[in-house]
Design a binder for this molecule. Structure first.
Ligand SMILES: [Zn+2]
Length: 445
């Protein structure tokens, strides 16, 4: 089954860097993306490709911009309904908002309902892949992975491990953490487009026995992900120092238990030194930069330049519910400001990279998703520069794709995502069917 999509096309071939190297980005003002059996066959200029398409159906999106589907490197689906909860920093915020919300997930039906709502919100925001925290309940991982499977999404998730320093109703044990996670790995990891992540919440809420059990699993299943939080908040870092007085640093705690390796993804990484960064780079860990959460919870400023200089892969994460938006456009806008405060730059094309190919690299998925090279899975979104009246006004004045995309990241949100495709199939569209038909864009079913 071959189909083609015509619009402006933009994707990254490499990291454009702070200086925005033009060779790292490919842009076709009048472009065509050719998709066959859910994978990218070709991306290029319409003028060259259209004559070769024969009777292939072409869906046209005039005035719109097709980019790869966004990738969210860190988010909590059970915290959807506590987004925008007032007034606390991390440790108090967890007790006051996150733990009570997560306790409701003991009910499987509720977990399934929220999983569906959450993934539909991701798709509306143009996010086609995410690395997702569940709750301590094993069925929370089943719920989110089943919902992703039914939508055809590439998604990685895991049940949370926590056996100390949290409400009793949310505690597992080192043994149940191990056996439940193992069963979930066997059930889900590598099934279709799904992956599993061993998910200790953070070192504060796991006993040494539990971290050791998690490390054992991580070595038994080297192609499974490890997903946790690291050095988010200063009070948290101090707590770790007193809980683990013999560890060199917070990162060192995870390292000691075998949880720092390739496919380990650490959310936040705010309060780290050079030794930590070198250690993380050497062992293959990656970082999720979650600017809306870091600002909202008053946690600190992510040092992107130092992380990338140390060769640590970085992708953006929304971290909802600590984060304040599921939109990676809005997240990129906050990332720009966080970096600006530190004298660092985030040009538009690097923002695109951190939400697509760079994020795919951070998740070790860049052989499958992240751009439009031949053979990649055809997850893509149709961005509408006219998603809001102000965005329409500003992008019309832009004289380059850099300027236009930058304005869209500063002003944009789900209103700028006209359609989301998962493996070549339309998964979500804000374009009214009648307006599609009027402009001759209706997709034949
Ligand atoms: Zn988080």
């Amino acid at each position: 089954m071959r189909q083609a999509f015509r619009a402006s096309l933009l994707h990254c071939l490499a990291d454009p860097g702070e200086a925005s190297a033009p060779s790292a980005v490919e842009y076709f003002e009048d472009g065509v993306l050719v998709v066959e059996n859910g994978a990218v066959l070709e991306a290029g200029e319409a003028e060259a490709l259209i004559p070769e398409l024969g009777d292939t159906r072409v869906t046209e999106y005039p005035g719109k911009l097709i980019v790869p589907g966004f990738i969210d490197c860190h988010v909590h689906f059970p915290q959807l309904d506590i987004i925008a909860s007032y007034g606390e920093q991390l440790l108090d915020w967890l007790s006051r908002y996150a733990f009570p919300a997560e306790a409701r997930f003991s009910d499987l039906g509720y977990a399934q309902e929220i999983a569906g709502v959450f993934l539909d919100e991701l798709l509306k925001n143009g996010t086609t892949t995410a690395l997702v925290f569940g709750t301590v309940h094993a069925h929370s991982a089943d719920a989110i992975l089943e919902a992703a499977e039914s939508r055809g999404m590439r998604l990685i998730a895991g049940k949370v491990l926590m056996d100390i320093n949290c409400p009793e109703e949310l505690q597992d044990t080192p043994e149940s953490a191990y056996t439940d996670s193992k069963a979930l790995i066997e059930r889900w990891h590598g099934k279709g487009r799904l992956g599993y992540a061993i998910t200790p919440r953070f070192a504060i809420t796991s006993s040494e026995e539990q971290l050791a059990a998690a490390g054992r699993l991580a070595s038994e299943y080297p192609d499974v992900w490890v997903h946790t939080h690291l050095a988010e908040n200063k009070a948290e870092v101090e707590e770790i120092a007193s809980q683990y007085p013999h560890s060199r640093s917070y990162l060192d705690v995870y390292d000691q238990f075998g949880l720092l390796r390739e496919r380990s993804v650490f959310a936040h990484c705010l309060h780290m030194n050079d030794e930590d960064r070198q250690c993380m780079a050497k062992k293959g860990g990656a970082a999720a930069f979650c600017p809306t959460s870091n600002l909202f919870l008053g946690s600190g400023l992510f040092d992107l330049r130092s992380m990338l200089a140390a060769n640590i892969p970085v992708g953006l994460g929304t971290d909802v519910g600590g984060g304040t938006s599921l939109s990676l456009l809005r997240t990129a806008s906050e990332a720009y400001k966080v970096l600006h405060l530190q004298g660092q730059a985030l040009p538009a094309m690097r923002a695109l990279y951190l939400t697509t190919l760079g994020a795919a690299k951070a998740l070790c998925l860049d052989d499958k998703i992240g751009n439009f090279t031949t053979g990649k899975e055809a997850d893509f979104i149709v961005l509408d520069p006219a998603g809001s009246s102000l965005s329409e006004r500003r992008t019309k004045l832009a004289s380059s794709i850099d300027e236009s995309f930058f304005a869209m990241t500063m002003l944009g949100d789900d209103r700028n995502v006209a359609a989301t495709y998962v493996a070549g199939k339309l998964a979500q569209s804000s374009l009214a069917h009648s307006s599609l038909a009027q402009s001759g864009l209706a997709e034949s079913k």
